[in-house]
Design a protein around this ligand. Structure first.
Ligand code: ADP
Length: 539
């Protein structure tokens, strides 16, 4: 038998860090600071500082496989953590600053985060949960230029304890590199752990010409937060090819983004539809104000892309590429490009293809499974829960055996997205089995809201459903049954919930019914309720 003569070479992040220094040291990374000024650095400097961070963390006693958390916006210092933490064998745990302080504390404790690196402007958020966590050290990055309070470590001082001639430890390509919790299923947030190998393979697949075609000549702006599934992996894929990055910091409004796209001539950006809807409105209001780069590409995922958005962006020479994926899939699973055999379709037919979620990337395998476990055909009509497998799809949740039912017996991830697939292989998302509301790219648990509303003294029963919203994709609508002789208004419920949830979670409307439709076993029939309100309009 002939044996392969190829080397068994590990797919690990130190290679990417070394490449930055060898080939792209002068490529710039521009970051918007809280005061809107632009901070400029280079990959050469980022490489040196990432190695210094790796060395400092090692000297501080962080062991391989231990988590270092970040609570940060998108900027160059976060990029240093993206590289410095995994190359010393640590696990980069990006905390989602949009979650409630209670959830952030739960997640940090569950992941056993050892150290926190936090933006100074996010210290007020940290201070809301600091009594519930016990980091060995809290390291603060001064984005404002102001002095760091004495009880914390200044990031720059911490770096000085490290050495940029750091020697990488041996790292197994299957060891943990990064971690991200998702609330995209019911119950407590669940941890997904990316490996070095999955991160590298996801980056290589993303940069392919028929994927995002990221070249060294691109200028890339992830608007999707770096705490949300590694900003769609864009920081790593840009580093792999040496593409300039322009990071928006905390300024995510349409005008700030368009100013940045114009001044830095950004060629590829990524975010959720809510961001692009705001950009669409701004551009339509002032069509000649911004001169963005020719053929700019916009990666949109996290929620379905309306056809009107595709059409509108085409008129601004900004080409939308729709992506579907989950935190569990690193996140890119499918991309909505037109295949060459569809070139002769009419304009309208092409849009009908582009509103679909697209075809899987190489090495992502998909199947549709109905409620009885029967695999469904790809005929564009049959539907089922989409299941995925592949080298950057998670096979479990971190320390969470209860969630084993999210995986099939033969090892596929059950996404909870109900899809159809046509003969061409295009996936179309039609519904969701996850009982959640997705508002502006972030999850709201309908179950948590229902339980809290049912604690109101005048409420008998409550069901919360997701209803389509023109700006936020979806917003929560609460349907309640009140106790005899009582009346309860939307304001009453919002006031009642105000100290239990962050503002974006509060239902925008509360409808009173005589009875909530239930199944034979007494469960709320969410699909029926969703159907009752499918023509709901928000005023
Ligand atoms: P992300 O928002 O980064 O995709 P999450 O894990 O927060 O990751 O959310 C994943 C879920 O978002 C999917 O399971 C699906 O319900 C929804 N989603 C993602 N992309 C799309 C899309 N293109 N169209 C419709 N829904 C999408």
């Amino acid at each position: 038998m002939i044996k392969s003569t190829m080397m068994d070479f590990p797919l690990t992040l130190p290679h990417l860090v070394e490449r930055l220094g060898l080939f792209f040291p002068t490529v710039e990374v521009a970051s918007r600071m809280p005061n809107k000024s632009i901070h400029r650095t280079t990959y050469g400097q980022i490489q040196q500082r990432a190695k210094q961070l790796a060395s400092a963390l090692t000297r501080r006693g962080i062991q391989q496989g231990e988590c270092v958390a970040t609570l940060m916006w998108n900027h160059a210092f976060h990029l240093e953590a993206y590289l410095g933490i995994p190359v010393m064998g640590g696990v980069l745990h990006t905390l989602n600053l949009r979650l409630s302080p209670g959830d952030i504390a739960y997640i940090a404790n569950h992941a056993e985060d050892q150290i926190l690196i936090v933006d100074d402007v996010l210290l007020p958020l940290y201070e809301q949960f600091k009594d519930d966590v016990s980091f060995k050290e809290v390291i603060v990055v001064s984005l404002t230029g102001e002095a760091i309070p004495n009880e914390y470590t200044d990031y720059e001082d911490f770096l000085l304890t490290g050495d940029c001639s750091f020697t990488y430890p041996d790292i197994d390509e299957n060891s943990a590199a990064g971690m991200c919790y998702t609330s995209g299923t019911t119950g407590r947030p669940k941890g997904v752990v990316y490996s070095h190998r999955s991160t590298i393979l996801h980056s290589m697949a993303s940069t392919m010409v028929d994927a995002l075609a990221i070249s060294q000549h691109d200028v890339v702006t992830p608007v999707v937060p770096m705490f949300h599934a590694n900003a769609s992996g864009l920081p790593y894929s840009s580093i792999l090819v040496g593409a300039k990055q322009v990071l928006p910091g905390p300024h995510l409004d349409a005008e700030s983004l368009l100013d940045l796209y114009e001044s830095e001539q950004v060629t590829l950006s990524a975010g959720v539809p809510t961001v692009w809807l705001a950009i669409k409105e701004a551009r339509e209001a002032e069509p000649t104000r911004w001169k963005t780069a020719p053929n700019m590409r916009m990666l949109i995922g996290g929620a379905a892309v309306p056809e009107s958005l595709l059409r509108s962006f085409d008129t601004f020479d900004m080409r939308i590429i729709q992506a579907w994926g989950l935190t569990e899939s690193s996140p890119l699973a499918t991309l909505g490009h037109l295949k060459s055999n569809l070139n002769d379709l009419s304009e309208d037919e092409k849009y009908a293809v582009r509103v679909k979620q697209g075809i899987p990337l190489p090495f992502v395998e998909i199947r549709l499974v109905d409620e009885e476990g029967v695999i469904q055909p790809w005929d564009g009509k049959a539907q089922g829960d989409a299941e995925l497998r592949g080298p950057w799809i998670t096979s479990a949740y971190h320390k969470n055996e209860e969630a084993d039912d999210k995986f099939s017996k033969d090892g596929w991830l059950k996404t909870g997205d109900v899809c159809q697939i046509n003969e061409e292989g295009y996936v179309k998302l039609t519904d969701r089995t996850k009982d959640l509301v997705k508002s502006g790219g972030e999850w709201i648990s309908s179950v948590d809201l229902e339980n809290a509303i049912m604690g109101h003294p005048d409420v008998l029963e409550a069901a919360v459903i997701a209803v389509a919203h023109p700006k936020w994709d979806e917003r929560p609508l609460a349907v309640i049954v009140v106790k005899e002789g009582k009346t309860v208004s939307t304001e009453d419920i919002r006031t009642f919930l105000a100290d239990k949830f962050t503002k974006i979670w509060l239902p925008d409307a509360v409808e009173t019914l005589a009875e909530i439709p239930k199944t034979a076993t007494g469960k709320f029939m969410k699909l029926t309720i969703r159907d009752m309100y499918k023509n709901w309009t928000w005023d």
